[in-house]
Design a protein around this ligand. Structure first.
Ligand SMILES: *Cc1c(COP(=O)(O)O)cnc(C)c1O
Length: 389
């Protein structure tokens, strides 16, 4: 282990955990220093500090009691009534027959994919899909067909060549977390219908953000009835924890009977489900935050482009600054830290070779003037390193 850790250090790939303390207006404290937080997934900037009175009102049951643990799996005796209540409300919100809560988005992806396809199945997966999707495919033991990012021609060739009798699942992020690009959902629906496949969409970065009340990209594009499986997390725009799968009744019943990451794990604490419901209700009404988020993202992306940076295919609140080489990316991220900007350097194998980047995420809590100053500081750092002229 020591030798492997030393290798990581030499390759500048050694990771550590750093205390991060959230402050107001999208700022954060790290290493005792105030920084503009351009790495958070708390897209709507919902208030996430409750005082005692608010806590009881938001998280308590009818008797005002807050329950810290579920004491068992949902299938044993861990199914507090709040699960079914919230699942009904959330399914109505999504426009699906049913909904099922999971411990986290990671557990949902791993548990759904491994339940739906097995050894003789085939999963078609965009090569930029999230790691939890990849892990779900590995666990399912299905054949894994990766297609180039949003390459519908290649996907169609793979579907065409697949054994006709095999169970086929196409799975895609709706918003890609390293690029801020959007999945071509309409075209994917067309392909899945044409080739008799099922389609699963991961709304982790679009839930709360897209749609009039934050229903997600599938809903915003009017594709709710055509997408077989939607999943999403409550850990990003909703600022809490846990995840959902939404779809028809048969899907939900099937998962209750087959999904191991639902069956063999303790249910979320009821107070967490209540916190999720509290935040979801706020997020439904947060049209102004959605507008501010879109405005912040557009202004920031434009500022980087005007400086001469390449922001790739970004069309939303995730904005990459493409650098290319690993070393240059690391140097830029260090300069940004010195200038009080917290953003993540992303390198291969997380992204393809030669496309290392700094990944910025915007939130509705950011003040436009802070973002403008940040863009100017990023420009200065880029000039110092010779990345722009
Ligand atoms: C964050 C994320 C997940 C995992 O969700 P958690 O609730 O944090 O476990 C799954 N898919 C995508 C695309 C994500 O970005």
């Amino acid at each position: 282990m020591r030798a492997e850790l030393d290798t990581l250090r030499v390759q500048s790939q050694y990771r550590t955990l750093t205390d991060s303390i959230p402050l107001a207006h999208g700022w954060i404290e790290r290493h005792g220093k105030r920084m503009l937080n351009l790495a958070s997934n708390h897209y709507l900037g919902l208030p996430h500090l409750l005082d005692e009175t608010q806590l009881a009102a938001a998280l308590g049951n009818a008797a005002g009691q807050v329950s810290t643990g579920s004491t068992a799996s949902r299938l044993i005796v861990g199914n507090d009534p709040v699960f079914a209540e919230f699942e009904r409300e959330f399914a109505a919100f999504k426009g699906t027959e049913g909904c099922l809560l999971y411990g986290s988005g990671y557990m949902a992806n791993v548990g759904v994919i491994s339940a739906l396809v097995g050894r003789r199945g085939i999963v078609f997966s965009d090569r930029l899909n999230h790691a939890s999707i990849v892990d779900g495919i590995v666990l399912s033991r299905a054949e894994h067909k990766r297609y180039r990012h949003r390459d519908l021609d290649q996907l169609e060739r793979l579907l065409c060549a697949a054994e006709p009798g095999a169970r086929k699942l196409i799975v895609t992020d709706s918003v890609f977390s390293m690029d801020g690009s959007l999945a071509p959902l309409k075209e994917l629906v067309w392909l899945k219908e044409r080739y008799g496949a099922h389609l699963m969409v991961d709304e982790a970065h679009s839930g709360g953000v897209f749609g009039e009340r934050g229903e997600g990209l599938t809903h915003a594009l009017g594709l709710t009835g055509a997408v077989d499986i939607q999943m999403g997390t409550f850990s990003k725009a909703y600022g809490c924890y846990g995840a959902y799968v939404a779809g028809d009744r048969t899907l939900i019943d099937y998962l209750v009977n087959h999904s191991r990451s639902l069956i063999y794990t303790t249910a979320l604490p009821p107070m967490v489900v209540r916190a999720v419901r509290h935040n979801w209700r706020l997020a439904c009404e947060a049209a102004e935050a959605r507008r501010q988020l879109a405005a912040n993202a557009a202004a920031f992306r434009e500022a980087l482009q005007t400086l001469g940076f390449d922001t790739g295919a970004s069309e939303c609140h995730i904005v990459p600054l493409l650098v290319g080489g690993n070393e240059a990316t690391l140097r830029l991220s260090e300069r940004l830290q010195e200038r009080g900007i917290a953003a993540v350097a992303i390198r291969p194998p997380t992204v393809p070779e030669g496309t290392a980047r700094i990944r910025f995420t915007l939130t509705a809590a950011h003040r436009p003037e802070d973002l403008q100053q940040a863009a100017a500081a990023i420009g200065e750092s880029g000039r110092e390193l010779g990345l722009i002229s």
